[in-house]
Write a protein that binds this ligand. Structure first.
Ligand SMILES: Cc1cc2nc3c(=O)[nH]c(=O)nc-3n(C[C@H](O)[C@H](O)[C@H](O)COP(=O)(O)OP(=O)(O)OC[C@H]3O[C@@H](n4cnc5c(N)ncnc54)[C@H](O)[C@@H]3O)c2cc1C
Length: 467
């Protein structure tokens, strides 16, 4: 079959949250044309294969693309998170990205979207359905929107050996269970997906005593109450102020985390275990209360092998049996890849700058690309800030993110973009400076930010083995 040649200003590889937010920014700020390629059948990336009961762990209000709201963007008036902004489910997110594609991208006649296509390098991709090859002549840049793509359990399989006949499922299949297991559930994993599995079981009436939770590591989690935008942006700024105050007064790294916990910025499920992990997930007080009902928590490291009668872990083994359903939640949700410059002469690699918040960062990179200039200056404004894994990463991530914010606010057009970007958690802050809550939060932040960043830099140096 003959190869087809396409022409585009940008070739965007991937059709997930990063690709969508970046392309949306190009559509808003330029007249450029884009070819977008994804091996999946629909836009939205990993959300298309997510477990059915997953929700964003942040408000929908600052997820998605800049030009289209996700959901109603209102404060919840009832339910366990009344007073916080709503959080979309996977189904809502996938529907949203379909709308962005069909109501904005395709009608613009500037985006050509190729689903079910594998990018094989050098501007070439191949349809997984027809085998047809496409060569793209790229006038400006190739955009790698796959660098941060998470690994998800349903695709990566368990990270341990499983003997034949043992019932072991990815958490996606938990929603398809038809017969309750006689001896309960074994949830394997310490991250956000394992938390979601435990919460889903508890919320659906499973007795906490019927859950055994194998937790290789304990995590520091962000307090969701503070990650609220819009009307509650004063609270978001207060959170930053409290973090800077904790940093400014911290004597050691442990002291820093103790202070962050006392200031209700970081949470842990088990108050008797000192966390070593941080993946920037958020949690609410109600969720913490629920999770603390599970007493049977196994802390013997990672699972190595699942046998019919025994689970072998790094530091020992525990009994199991055919009456138990083992659920693995062990993929590396936030995949850590080595950082690289975001901007090259002919390539852009979408990465995070402000911690987490993949859509925000991708949209910002799109805006910085559109305003032009030298790659060196664009890279100065967009320093890569790899996704966190350990508690110590919180310090590096906060430092790099805050210093980048400082550089952005010195550029009037970026500051203006930040103020109107719906993906920016602190958008609209400048219009609320008269609000007494905002004014108090600003005072606390301003009083501590300088000293806080200095202390963080010093503590981060010590943590990384420096003087
Ligand atoms: C369960 C879960 C919940 C999360 N919740 C949040 C949240 O609340 N807030 C938040 O900010 N982040 C959250 N995240 C982080 C999440 O990683 C991002 O929000 C975001 O969806 C990731 O988007 P992405 O575009 O980087 O990756 P993906 O969604 O993986 O998209 C990348 C796409 O590239 C395609 N691709 C890769 N290689 C090729 C190739 N060679 N050819 C063609 N196509 C290719 C893949 O098929 C994929 O569709 C969550 C992650 C998980 C796993």
């Amino acid at each position: 079959m003959n190869a087809r040649t396409l022409h585009a200003d940008y070739l965007v590889i991937g059709g997930g949250a990063a690709a969508m937010a970046f392309t949306d920014a190009l559509l808003s700020e330029t007249d450029d044309r884009v070819v977008m390629v994804d091996r999946r059948h629909a836009p939205g990336g990993h959300w298309n294969d997510a477990y059915p009961f997953v929700h964003l762990h942040q408000p929908s209000r600052y997820y998605g693309v800049n030009s289209m709201p996700l959901g109603n963007e209102v404060l919840q008036t009832s339910g366990p998170e009344a007073g916080m902004y709503e959080r979309a489910s996977a189904a809502q997110i996938c529907g949203y990205y379909q709308r962005v594609l069909s109501e904005r991208f395709l009608p613009s006649d500037r985006v050509r979207y190729f689903p079910q296509c594998e990018y094989v390098g050098d501007g070439t991709f191949v349809s997984r359905l027809t085998g047809r090859r496409y060569d793209v002549e790229v006038r400006k840049k190739r955009v790698d929107a796959t660098h941060l793509s998470p690994s998800i359990p349903v695709e990566s399989g368990p990270r341990f050996e499983v003997d034949s006949g043992v019932s072991c499922i990815p958490l996606n299949d938990l929603a398809r269970v038809t017969d309750s297991p006689d001896d309960g559930y074994v949830i394997i994993g310490g991250g956000k997906t394992a938390i979601d599995a435990c919460l889903w079981l508890l919320d659906n009436g499973v007795d906490p005593a019927a859950i055994c939770w194998i937790k290789p590591r304990e995590a520091w989690l962000f307090n969701r109450t503070y990650f609220q935008p819009g009307e509650l942006v004063g609270r978001f700024l207060l959170g930053l102020g409290l973090q800077m105050e904790a940093a400014a007064n911290a004597r050691t790294t442990d002291d820093l985390f103790r202070r962050l916990e006392d200031a209700a910025q970081l949470r842990r499920v088990d108050r008797g275990v000192w966390p070593t992990m941080h993946k920037a997930a958020t949690i609410s007080d109600r969720e913490l209360e629920q999770l603390r009902r599970i007493d049977n928590v196994v802390r013997l490291g990672h699972v190595r092998r699942l046998e019919r009668r025994r689970i072998v872990l790094d530091h020992g083994s525990i009994p199991t049996g055919p009456g138990r359903l083992h659920v693995y939640c062990t993929a590396d949700g936030l995949r850590r890849r080595p950082p690289m410059p975001v901007f090259d002469e002919d390539r852009i690699t979408l990465q995070t700058i402000r911690p987490g918040l993949i859509p925000f960062n991708a949209a910002l990179i799109g805006f910085v690309e559109a305003r032009g200039g030298e790659s060196r200056d664009k890279n100065r404004l967009c320093p890569p800030n790899p996704l966190p894994d350990t508690a110590a990463d919180w310090m590096r991530m906060t430092l790099v993110g805050m210093n980048a914010e400082h550089a952005w606010t010195a550029e009037p057009d970026i500051a203006e973009w930040l103020d109107r970007s719906r993906l920016n958690t602190s958008a609209g802050l400048r219009r609320r400076l008269d609000d007494p809550e905002v004014a108090r939060a600003r005072e606390l932040f301003t009083a501590n930010v300088r000293r806080g960043l200095e202390r963080l830099a010093a503590l981060a140096r010590v943590a990384s083995g420096g003087a």
